[in-house]
Design a protein around this ligand. Structure first.
Ligand code: C5P
Length: 327
């Protein structure tokens, strides 16, 4: 059960002045259908978002000195900006604006597990976890719906990182309709192998390349989510889901990074029931029939890609996972 502030039932109560920890998940777009660029520069989407159990942790505590502080540890920490471009600062500014014990300077720590600039919305997960943690730390009492509104001010993928599960996203991705979701580890869960890449990709650059290649030519709106994908999710049928994975940004991402096409081929040859570029890439989301099949796929891909993908670059994940919550 999720309380109005994102707290999950049974969870230990945190705070009373002490640090607060919140987590938020990575996302994979099971479908990412993209329409022509709008006047505001964004692209209208029909997206099927799926949260996976690869999570960021954000800890909020009292600042040691006079002003707010931010530090980052974990995967790819060295390439995360600590300046005002980090969404977590903007999340803190928004949360402060909402009141409560506003003004208390905070110490924010991000512990990363999601690859940076990987197409898995790791930065959005940081912002979502920060909102949820600050909501508790400052005693703001913001309900889930308000958190999602604030999240939309931070970025297109932040609302889904708050919500989690499976959801259809429209607009620029921020207008969400949750779908009934099976719990991880039960029938209906999806078992993934994520093939990450040493070098990240810029989301605006991939959308710009989508435009340059004319990939929305003849479209006035984003195409629909494949009915087979929705049927596969509802039935808990990984093969049906895998056969219907679709990402309209994929041709643009592959044109910028032809090496990704080779990896998709290897994943399918190694028995994946589907493989797709996640979001704007470069992470590849490879779907397996079951958890043991995904473990075997991860081992097989590690051997096939040993020359280009060091240990640790191929990850297991399962979804759907819950949205941002107090840990
Ligand atoms: O919303 P967010 O700041 O995460 O978006 C980053 C960039 O990705 C935008 O500036 C835009 O270039 C691109 N984008 C887009 N259409 C969307 C979402 C993002 O063109 N629906």
């Amino acid at each position: 059960m999720v309380a109005s502030d994102g707290t999950r039932g049974g969870g230990r109560r945190q705070n009373a002045g002490g640090p607060v920890v919140a987590t938020a998940p990575a996302k994979i777009n099971l479908a990412l259908r993209v329409g022509p660029r709008r006047a505001d520069g964004y692209h209208p989407l029909n997206s099927l978002f799926h949260a996976v159990d690869l999570v960021e942790r954000v800890t909020v505590g009292p600042a040691l000195a006079g002003g707010d502080e931010l530090s980052v540890s974990g995967r790819g920490a060295g390439s995360v900006p600590l300046d005002q471009t980090n969404l977590v600062w903007r999340a803190a500014a928004l949360a402060r604006r909402e009141g409560g014990r506003r003004g208390d300077p905070v110490r924010l720590r991000i512990d990363k597990a999601i690859p940076v600039a990987g197409g898995l919305a790791g930065g959005s997960a940081d912002a979502a976890a920060a909102l949820v943690a600050l909501n508790r730390f400052w005693g703001l009492g913001l309900a889930g719906a308000r958190l999602i509104e604030l999240a939309a001010e931070l970025g297109s993928d932040v609302p889904f990182a708050v919500l989690g599960g499976n959801a259809i996203g429209q607009g620029r991705g921020e207008t969400l309709r949750p779908l009934a979701a099976a719990a991880p580890g039960t029938a209906g869960a999806l078992e993934w192998v994520l093939v990450t890449s040493g070098e990240g990709m810029s989301t605006p650059a991939v959308f710009a390349h989508f435009d340059a290649l004319g990939l929305a030519a003849g479209r006035s709106e984003p195409p629909p989510i494949p009915p087979g994908l929705l049927a596969g999710l509802a039935a808990g049928d990984p093969s049906l889901v895998g056969a219907n994975l679709v990402n309209d940004l994929q041709p643009a991402a592959l044109d910028l990074r032809p090496d990704l096409g080779h990896v998709i081929g290897q994943a399918l040859a190694a028995g994946a029931v589907g493989a797709v570029v996640s979001g704007s890439g470069p992470t590849l989301a490879c779907l397996a029939e079951s958890a043991p099949a995904a473990d075997a796929l991860a081992r097989d891909l590690a051997a096939r890609l040993a020359g280009t993908h060091p240990p640790g670059s191929i990850l297991r994940a399962a979804g759907p996972a819950p949205g941002a919550a107090i840990a």
